[in-house]
Design a protein around this ligand. Structure first.
Ligand code: ZN
Ligand code: ZN
Length: 129
């Protein structure tokens, strides 16, 4: 799972395409971008997205269904926190440390493990406001 072990050719290619689209891409648009380069199967793209996500190099927004490259390029793996515009679906990664600190102070019945989380904040960007 180490970054040094990262990336078979498929993963690397998917990552390169995602890097060009800072706004993020859906799995489907990533697939069609990759298919411009070579013939690639949807399963291969999904597998790459999965492993890139696990490595922390890529995050996913569940709201806009887009994948985008981590701000930190996965150098230090962290829990993703992103803001997503409800109108244009622009995403921006937020500093997750603020949330980690906040979560340490939350008391829950089920004793959730907040050292592991994903946050997505639905909001409106400046342009759409
Ligand atoms: Zn990140
Ligand atoms: Zn917007």
């Amino acid at each position: 799972m180490k970054i040094s072990k990262c990336c078979n050719r498929n993963d690397q290619q998917a990552l390169n395409v995602l890097k060009k689209h800072t706004k993020g891409l859906t799995a489907y648009s990533l697939l069609s971008e990759l298919q411009k380069i070579r013939n690639i199967k949807p399963m291969t793209v999904y597998r790459s997205l999965n492993s890139l996500q696990k490595m922390g190099v890529v995050h996913k927004s569940n709201q806009s269904k887009t994948y985008f490259v981590c701000n930190g390029n996965g150098k230090d793996k962290h829990n993703p926190a992103v803001a997503v515009c409800k109108k244009c679906e622009k995403t921006e990664e937020l500093n997750p440390n603020i949330f980690s600190k906040l979560f340490n102070n939350i008391k829950t019945k089920e004793k959730y493990n907040f050292s592991n989380f994903e946050i997505e904040i639905s909001t409106i960007c400046q342009k759409c406001n």
